[in-house]
Ligand binder design. Structure first.
Ligand code: TYM
Length: 334
């Protein structure tokens, strides 16, 4: 019998937009797959969301919907700690300390900061700049071994690791060094309209993005309009056929078929048939999630119980790390 203690996982999603097929395939569905073998904390990172201006009522609505969607996707609230970041003040407290061990230069090099600064030129606030420090606090507070994320978050997990290593070296081993856990297929789902850009929840008005709660007609319409190329061959070649390769990735994740099987299945068919099949597979993938989410949203008390219990359990774990950190840096204990 294997008696080694289970490793710890932490991950989170910002409620800054409705959950997308990208965050489902890149992150959420892997969280579900990992829940039996690890001790997991899955957070709704609302404090990260306000680095970009949010409409307060919409942020509140999406935060609750996100909890419901976590559960509807298959996360078991008994097995996992599911909670809201702002309910556990230790995140902000550790973030301040870690900020004193993070260099201006390394934050300036973060791709997401450069990207977001370009897109929000009128609101390049300090929170946007120190965003990776709060994310490091999220992960390090719980001594997480693994952080299941999509490809775009790899750099942030790496800086969390660097900050942890630096702190451990200045004092003594304090933090577990986290590793990113990135899926082999689906680590970067691209926009259906601009297949060279990531499918993103901040650009969900157009036809490029699918949200988990979208209705089947909208989903089918967007797949029918998906940008492809001038050939007719369904083959995986991300460089020369980014649109088709993205659709193949989505289809593979929705059906479990390999790229070779997909190519064989659509040999001799046009792109039209392929797009319909991908759309239908996604409609069926999301149908139970949408229905379960609607059920859960009718039971706000149950959702509140999940996030309150989650915050209490997370706070207990977080407090242990924070106390240790405060002691090591020289703060007088209470
Ligand atoms: P966020 O909210 O942008 O995205 C949530 C998760 O979904 C993944 N993802 C994608 N994967 C594949 N293809 C896509 N098109 C796609 N879009 C999103 C992201 O990689 C991510 O895993 N900074 C984080 C949130 C965060 C966090 C944390 C994550 C805050 N603290 C601590 C892990 C650990 C973010 O903005 O993710």
């Amino acid at each position: 019998m294997d008696t080694a203690p289970k490793k710890r996982i932490f991950s989170g999603i910002k409620p800054s937009g409705d959950l997308t097929l990208g965050s489902y395939i890149g992150a959420l569905r892997n969280w579900v797959a990992l829940q039996d073998d690890f001790n997991c904390l899955y957070c709704i990172v609302d404090m990260h969301a306000i680095t970009v201006r949010q409409e307060p009522a919409a942020l509140r609505r999406r935060t609750l919907e996100q909890i419901a969607q976590y559960v509807a996707c298959g996360l078991n609230p008994q097995k996992n700690i599911i909670y809201i970041q702002s309910h556990v003040p230790a995140h902000a407290e550790l973030s301040w300390v870690l900020g004193c061990y993070t260099m201006f230069g390394e934050l300036s090099r973060m791709t997401q900061f450069k990207d977001k600064s370009r897109k929000n030129a009128d609101n390049i606030n300090a929170g946007l700049f120190t965003y990776p420090v709060l994310m490091a606090a999220d992960i390090l507070l719980y001594q997480a071994d693994l952080v299941p994320v999509g490809d775009d978050q790899k750099q942030h997990v790496e800086i969390a690791r660097d900050i942890a290593g630096r702190f451990n070296q200045v004092y003594s081993p304090t933090f577990t060094l986290p590793e990113p856990f990135i899926p082999k297929t689906g680590a970067r789902i691209m926009s259906l309209q601009e297949p060279l850009n990531k499918m993103s929840k901040s650009e969900q008005d157009g036809d490029g993005c699918i949200c988990l709660l979208d209705n089947p007609d909208d989903i089918m319409r967007r797949f029918k309009r998906a940008v492809t190329d001038s050939e007719t061959r369904v083959a995986f070649d991300p460089e020369n056929k980014p649109g088709i390769s993205n659709l193949m990735t989505i289809y593979s994740c929705a059906t479990g078929k390999t790229f070779d099987e997909i190519t064989a299945e659509f040999d001799g068919h046009g792109y039209g048939d392929f797009k319909l099949a991908v759309g239908e597979s996604v409609v069926e993938l999301l149908r139970p999630i949408r229905e379960k989410t609607a059920d859960l949203l009718n039971n706000k008390d149950y959702l509140a119980k999940i996030y309150r219990d989650g915050a209490a359990r997370a706070s207990n774990l977080a407090r242990k790390t924070l106390d240790k950190v405060y002691r090591k840096v020289g703060f007088v204990g209470k």
